[in-house]
Design a protein around this ligand. Structure first.
Ligand code: ZN
Length: 479
């Protein structure tokens, strides 16, 4: 068993993550460097993420569609800052069907250009607006330093693309998605996030304004949870996305795009996991509860499995995602460790004594040992389990928030700033000058994560140059 132990998080967070992703069978490395194989357990988590988001997108008026993987190279060049931003990471197809192509094709790094071309065709009049489309797909950005879920050449995501008649509507849409993603992060992933605006240097290539949600990982580093971009008229002018307004005047549309990727799987692992393995938030966990039958004799086995089956049926009827671990030849202790590694929120133990008493043991993943154990009656067990899952969901969020608060600092000098970004976030005034931002990054390796939408008001001094500033920013080292 000794070699089965993960490195502890405090000793080597990065290696803890790498080994955990493999051992919990979330993902694996692929033959092509930079690529990732998402294994069924990891994909089941992603499916629950997509379902929770898709519900929210549809509830806010969006519909899904599918656009092609291949984009004519000339499309990418049409929007200047877009091409500058993405050129270094493009995968280009030069041959097809054994012949050299007249025009090379780009494997989509994102789909603004191909969708913009379609919108130019589809949108004629103000009556056609707004267009609110999302697609679930994968994109390719050439990347050789692999870190499963966090940094891969191909990754899975959704990209929303919308077109509007006015700047105000486009901005409202951009902000609506910030709210949608925040609701998802808090209620489903149990991850506290800081919604904010990106600085100009961290903005999406081709956007006027980029908003992001920033989350703190278990090592104090930041991870950008998702982004929402107000693209102004940059893409509509490059792709001629125009409409006739009510006065018969031809106008350019205002467009937005927004996305969330499989990086969020990495965030869930790094925010909630502990030295024993994953801890998945119940709302997203592939299995919310696992029943481990405990027995010695054949007679006990028959009784215990019968009870486990009944409990499982009650839970399934109560919409709990449940699994009975009937694997032969493995000890209950092995199974306990295995499901702990995989982060199943609740373990249900059923042994001969439980059968005799009509009871079962619930063991919470987030509270190891006796503290997380309770004895419940098999009758009406579904409501006890649902309550326990709700408690775990809340406890995970509360713990993540308390950790972030304890590791967010308000440095007053650059020396203090330098010291605290080794541990967590620095909240500091910034004058808005890109040079200050750049020099902070050069001297501390911390980047400006976002300028939070919620500001305390009042004034301070830029942490770098001392100039008066009205806005606090969050700085941190980032994934
Ligand atoms: Zn400054």
């Amino acid at each position: 068993m000794a070699d089965l132990k993960l490195p502890s998080r405090s000793e080597d967070f990065s290696e803890w993550y790498n080994q955990l992703v493999l051992r919990a069978e979330m993902a694996d490395y692929a033959p092509v460097r930079g690529c990732m194989i998402v294994r069924p357990y990891g994909w089941a988590l992603w499916e629950n993420i997509t379902a929770a988001l898709d519900r929210r997108f549809k509830a806010t008026g969006h519909v899904n569609a599918a656009f092609p993987l291949l984009i004519p190279q000339s499309f990418i060049s049409k929007e200047q800052s877009h091409v500058a931003g993405f050129s270094p990471e493009l995968a280009v197809v030069t041959h097809g069907g054994g012949e050299k192509l007249e025009e090379p094709l780009v494997v989509r790094p994102t789909s603004e250009t191909i969708i913009g071309t379609a919108y130019a065709k589809w949108i004629q009049s103000y009556r056609d607006l707004p267009v609110l489309i999302n697609q679930w797909n994968s994109v390719v950005r050439w990347e050789l330093r692999t870190k499963l879920f966090l940094r891969t050449l191909e990754f899975y995501w959704q990209e929303g693309h919308t077109a509007h008649a006015t700047l105000e509507e486009a901005e409202a849409e951009t902000r609506r998605l910030v709210d949608v993603y925040t609701d998802f992060a808090v209620k489903e992933a149990a991850i506290p996030v800081i919604p904010g605006r990106k600085s100009d240097s961290e903005r999406f290539a081709g956007a006027d304004i980029t908003y992001s949600l920033e989350a703190m990982m278990g090592d104090g580093k930041a991870l950008q949870f998702c982004t929402s971009h107000n693209l102004g008229q940059n893409f509509s002018k490059a792709f001629e996305i125009r409409y006739l307004d009510q006065n018969g005047q031809l106008q350019y549309c205002w467009t937005t795009s927004w996305g969330l990727s499989t990086r969020v799987v990495g965030a869930i692992i790094m925010v909630h996991g502990d030295d024993q393995g994953l801890i998945l938030p119940p709302r997203l966990a592939p299995y919310q509860a696992v029943i481990v039958p405990i027995f010695k004799t054949d007679e006990e086995k028959a009784q215990v499995l019968e009870a486990a089956k009944k409990i499982s049926e009650q839970l399934a009827a109560g919409d709990v995602r449940v699994k009975v671990d009937q694997r032969e030849g493995l000890s209950p202790g092995f199974k306990f460790n295995d499901w702990e590694m995989r982060g199943v929120p609740l373990r249900i133990e059923v042994g001969p004594k439980d059968v005799a008493k009509g009871s079962a043991v619930l063991a919470r993943r987030d509270k190891p040992g006796k503290e997380g154990k309770s004895f419940v009656s098999q009758e009406g067990i579904a409501s006890a389990v649902q309550q326990a899952l709700a408690d775990i969901q809340k406890a995970l969020f509360d713990r993540a928030l308390a950790f972030r608060e304890a590791n967010t600092f308000n440095p007053k000098t650059l020396d203090e700033f330098q010291a605290v970004v080794e541990k967590g976030f620095a909240r500091a005034y910034w004058c808005g000058n890109a040079k200050c931002e750049e020099q902070i990054k050069a001297s501390t390796k911390a980047t400006l994560r976002c300028i939070p939408l919620e500001q305390p008001g009042g004034q301070g001094q830029c942490i770098f140059c001392g100039q008066a500033s009205a806005e606090l920013a969050i700085f941190g080292k980032a994934y």
